[in-house]
Design a protein around this ligand. Structure first.
Ligand code: ADP
Ligand code: F6P
Length: 320
């Protein structure tokens, strides 16, 4: 391949810039031209494309967000949108694309690959909800951001002897909630993957722990469970403990990427370009058993991620 492109799609994640930088510089090192598509698949449809050189990606490795912007583009899910995107690739001489995003973006990459534009997916989402990989760019930074904010909530919750009910992002997945809940010593962690009974699993537990002298509590609720206001009200009604609900929200998506995210993004981006430079597309880059590899997109999309119940049960056991 002589010319490849890179785009970011779906929710942004800290470390996407480091991945763009790695793709651009790896492409140049392997003798290719690299173009940047702005606003994900929307930019591919509209032809919003820029030339990138080694200096275009200077000074971004440490920044959150994505210099290429990102978007959700419903039009791309339809044949007409896809054909417009393919026409742009022909006009611009784009022979392969690195797609940085989540499962949805990988579906788009599969559809493009199927129509003759080889794509390689690089996992990027704070949710870490992609079945084919143990790790997604942005997850570590988001976990650390959520943890820092929960530590701050803990200070005020402790001072007022309150219960903090905190919603953590994750779309339909509870990985971010589980990890940050463990890191912050949450009394209960509610995730969509595990059924729970608010009275038995949360309220009764708070009462029991209170009787041992504990005075303040943190309940972490994954976005996929939701209802933090109602949960806080029910805890307050049933226990008499003043409770406050907090939705951490989009702040979890921003900030300077951690070491882990910068290094992973660099490795994953580099591997994606290696594949394209060898004429290989329709793949996603993966991390399995802590090793970087790749896999067919169809195979990757058919996989099911298993929630770690041992870890969840451990968290429940030590939160007393
Ligand atoms: P993520 O990549 O983070 O999972 P989305 O699910 O929002 O984010 O997907 C990002 C974009 O990928 C969508 O806006 C759309 O353009 C494209 N996409 C999502 N699902 C599909 C699909 N089934 N077929 C083709 N393209 C898709
Ligand atoms: O996928 C990343 C994510 O931040 C999810 O955790 C959340 O459900 C969603 O994106 C929010 O999307 P938006 O930015 O469109 O509100």
């Amino acid at each position: 391949m002589k010319t490849i492109a890179v785009l970011t799609s779906g929710g942004d994640a800290p470390g996407m810039n480091a991945a763009i930088r790695a793709v651009v510089r790896a492409g140049i090192a392997m003798g290719m031209n690299v173009k940047g598509v702005r606003r994900g698949y929307a930019g591919l449809i509209e032809g919003d494309i820029i030339d990138l050189d080694a200096r275009s990606v200077s000074d971004i490795i440490h920044r959150g967000g994505t210099m290429l912007y990102t978007a959700r583009c419903p039009e791309f899910k339809h044949e007409e949108g896809l054909q417009k995107a393919i026409a742009t690739c022909k006009e611009q001489g784009i022979e392969g694309i690195v797609v940085i995003g989540g499962d949805g973006s990988f579906r788009g990459a599969r559809d493009l690959s199927l129509r003759g534009v080889p794509c390689v997916g690089v996992p990027g989402t704070i949710d870490n909800d992609i079945s084919s990989t143990e790790y997604t760019i942005g997850y570590d930074t988001a976990m650390n951001t959520a943890m820092e904010m929960m530590d701050k909530l803990r200070d005020t919750s402790q001072s007022h002897e309150r219960c903090s009910v905190v919603e953590v992002m994750g779309r339909r997945a509870g990985y971010l909630a589980l990890q940050t809940g463990i890191a912050c010593g949450a009394t209960s962690i509610l995730v969509p993957e595990v059924e729970f009974d608010l009275d038995k699993d949360v309220i009764k537990k708070i009462r029991e722990i209170r009787s041992t002298g504990k005075k303040h509590f943190v309940v972490v609720v994954a976005e996929g469970v939701g209802g933090v206001e109602e949960i806080a009200d029910r805890i307050e009604e049933a226990t008499g403990i003043e409770s406050r609900a907090t939705i951490l929200g989009h702040v979890q998506r921003g900030g300077n990427p951690t070491v882990r995210d910068r290094v992973m993004a660099s490795q994953l981006g580099y591997h994606a370009v290696e594949l394209l430079s060898n004429g290989i597309g329709n793949r996603v880059v993966t991390v399995q058993n802590s090793k970087i590899g790749d896999m067919d997109i169809y195979e990757a999309l058919a996989m099911v991620k298993v929630f770690d119940m041992d870890e969840y049960n451990m968290a429940t056991a030590i939160s007393i």
